[in-house]
Design a protein around this ligand. Structure first.
Ligand code: AP5
Length: 193
């Protein structure tokens, strides 16, 4: 199964993608994790991405697509995957469509986690104190939420128009949310409109 997980920063995409990976036995691909690994390794893409990520802005479509394409070429993705953090704007949604057509792996479902901004600010504040992730300081989280509203929110409509979108309440216990996501996958239409 090939799934895109949408949701605002801190909505639980990474947490729930790990659950879906365990439940469905498919690969978890987080563009944020791939970019953080590139930053840590000091690759040319990582060096270009670092300041952009710390400012809460989006890394260039070109860099992220190249990183994603490389990841999708790895054999563990051939049995299915969950994309977490991609696409983040309409140009990326189009690029993903073309890439998946080319490799013969179209999407089966797009699930969106809905979480109010107030919960997101609380969650990221807790993580900032515990882990010190650079872009979790409250000011940068607000910027990330603005970028999400302006650039990423329209991606949900893009998939709704293709009959692929399911929306799930992302507030509550992690187990409950995982069960909601699995239920949304079970009840999705067999063939997208
Ligand atoms: P990325 O790493 O993708 O970050 P994000 O989307 O901002 O999301 P987060 O990782 O903060 O949150 P999440 O939704 O995965 O939630 P999580 O499970 O971690 O991107 C970082 C940056 O990289 C971007 O800003 C951008 O610069 C760049 N980037 C990445 N992809 C890109 C792309 N495609 N194009 C361009 N740039 C890109 O949970 C958050 C916290 O809440 C955790 O501490 C967790 O333990 C906790 N939590 C989870 N579930 C619950 C729950 N139910 N109740 C309470 N707490 C919970």
């Amino acid at each position: 199964m090939r799934i895109v997980l949408l949701g605002a920063p801190g909505s639980g995409k990474g947490t729930q993608a790990a659950r879906l990976k365990a439940e469905l036995g498919i690969a978890h691909i987080s563009t944020g994790d791939l970019l953080r690994a590139a930053v840590k390794a000091g690759t040319p893409s990582g060096l270009r991405a670092k300041a952009v990520m710390e400012a809460g802005q989006l890394v260039s479509d070109e860099i992220v697509l190249a990183i994603l394409e490389e990841r999708l070429a790895q054999p563990d993705t051939h049995g299915g995957f969950i994309l977490d953090g991609y696409p983040r704007n309409l140009a990326q949604a189009d690029a993903l469509d073309r890439l998946l057509k080319r490799i013969g792996q179209p999407l089966d479902a797009v699930l969106k986690l809905n979480v109010p901004d107030a919960d997101i600010l609380k969650r990221t504040e807790i993580r900032f104190k515990a882990e010190g992730r650079a872009d979790d300081n409250p000011e940068t989280v607000r910027r990330r939420l603005e970028v999400y509203a302006q650039q990423t929110a329209p991606v949900a409509d893009y998939y709704a128009q293709r009959g692929l979108l399911g929306e799930v309440n992302g507030v509550g216990a992690i187990d409950e949310i995982a069960a909601r996501l699995l239920a949304a996958l079970d009840t999705r239409p067999a063939t997208p409109a």
